[in-house]
Design a binder for this molecule. Structure first.
Ligand code: FAD
Length: 340
């Protein structure tokens, strides 16, 4: 059975989270979906430890702390939170409501859709190299779902961050060999993990290489190895049977680009009264939208969420009288917030 809701919010970044609050004040229910395993969007994924200085009333706040505070603020409205799934399909039905389906098969029957998708979904940076099309795509992995698959294999691991190093250490015991290929001699992982990788290299269990991936070499569809070019422009082929790529995550607009919304340079065009898109009942807020004078700032996204909430209310209940109530003095808002 699809989950019934007033609004599906695509993206649980700071702006999507605050949207839950603004809807909640108007007694509207929301469900949040995000492709990442945690809420917080760019703040939690890209710069959790960094201080932010331009959030009103916070002279300084850590990016993750801001997200933690937003989660606390939306708690009274208990939104459904659906992580690790990308919104893939949405369809406006004849009754004006929306069917929204995620990659995990979660289905919603929603009165409105609010796109707060920031830069898009964060997806693993893909390997792109000459010769890649000639091999079975199943030999190139972007995550480890079953480590046993790599038992006894000659493995090529690409990357120099925490994931690449952690999996090098973890899989060294069960693989025949691991060749770790990174652009630079310096790794970006935790010092303790770097030390473990160096120890494995000294013990001959891991071979380290520096260079850029030039080409995938294969014979009759079977992977032979990767040709790399080092900093002195010397080329060599590193042999291996399967490839694990850990080059971090990059944002991708993904399926949203195919939803027949008016776009301008990959941004969704909206009006500045309702933040509605070219499809009635579909709104877009935060970094994903564009309008004259748009600034990609968290505080702009918060303002957009407030106005979008009123527009969602109007869309769902066109005959209901709308009036502004202060959270300070409104008994009904106190009730909704549970602060009576
Ligand atoms: P995002 O934070 O990008 O969140 C969008 C979410 O949507 C993501 O979690 C993504 O996984 C999800 N998503 C996308 N598509 C789908 C889909 N199809 N299905 C499911 N989920 C999906 N701003 C400031 O105001 N002040 C600052 O000091 C500041 N410093 C910054 C420093 C850095 C290093 C960076 C990178 C940005 C900074 N910003 C700052 C910008 C700020 O982080 C963004 O404006 C803000 O994160 C936008 O919030 P959002 O909720 O619109 O989008």
């Amino acid at each position: 059975m699809p989950i019934q809701t007033d609004a599906v919010i695509i993206g649980a970044g700071p702006v999507g989270l605050f949207q839950v609050f603004e809807l909640g004040l108007l007694d509207l229910k929301a469900e949040l979906v995000d492709s990442l395993p945690q809420v917080g969007g760019q703040c939690s994924e890209l710069y959790p430890e960094k201080p932010i200085y331009d959030i009103p009333a916070y002279p300084v706040v850590g990016a993750q702390e801001l997200i933690d505070r937003l989660m606390e603020q939306i708690e009274p409205f208990s939104p459904g939170i659906h992580l690790k799934q990308q919104v893939q399909r949405f369809e406006k039905r004849d009754d004006g409501r929306f069917t929204v389906v995620t990659t995990a098969g979660t289905a919603f029957d929603a009165g409105t859709v609010i796109i707060a998708a920031g830069l898009g979904s964060f997806l693993p940076r893909r390997l792109r190299a000459k010769g890649l099309d000639a091999i079975d795509p199943g030999l190139v992995h972007y995550k480890v779902t079953d480590r046993e698959r790599f038992r006894g294999k000659r493995l090529l691991i690409l990357g120099g961050g925490d994931s690449a190093l952690d999996w090098t250490v973890d899989l060294a015991d069960i693989t025949e060999s691991i060749d770790l290929i990174h652009r630079r001699p310096e790794y970006r992982g935790a010092p303790a993990t770097v030390a473990k990788v160096k120890a494995l290299a000294e013990a001959g269990k891991v071979r380290e290489h520096q260079g850029l991936i030039m080409q995938v070499t294969s014979e009759g569809g079977t992977l032979q190895g990767l040709e790399i070019m080092d900093l002195e422009k010397n080329k060599q082929v590193i042999k291996g049977e399967e490839i694990l790529v850990f080059w971090g995550l990059a944002p991708d607009l993904g399926p949203i680009a195919d939803w027949s919304l008016d776009l301008e340079k990959k941004q969704i065009q909206v009006d500045t009264e309702k933040f509605q898109t070219s499809i009635e009942g579909v709104f877009a807020i935060g970094d994903i939208n564009t309008y004259p004078g748009k600034k990609k700032l968290i505080l702009s996204g918060f303002h957009e969420a407030a106005l979008a909430a009123f527009a969602v209310q109007k869309h769902l209940h066109p005959d209901q009288r709308q009036f502004l109530q202060y959270t300070t003095t409104s008994p009904i808002m106190h009730k909704r917030l549970g602060v009576d």
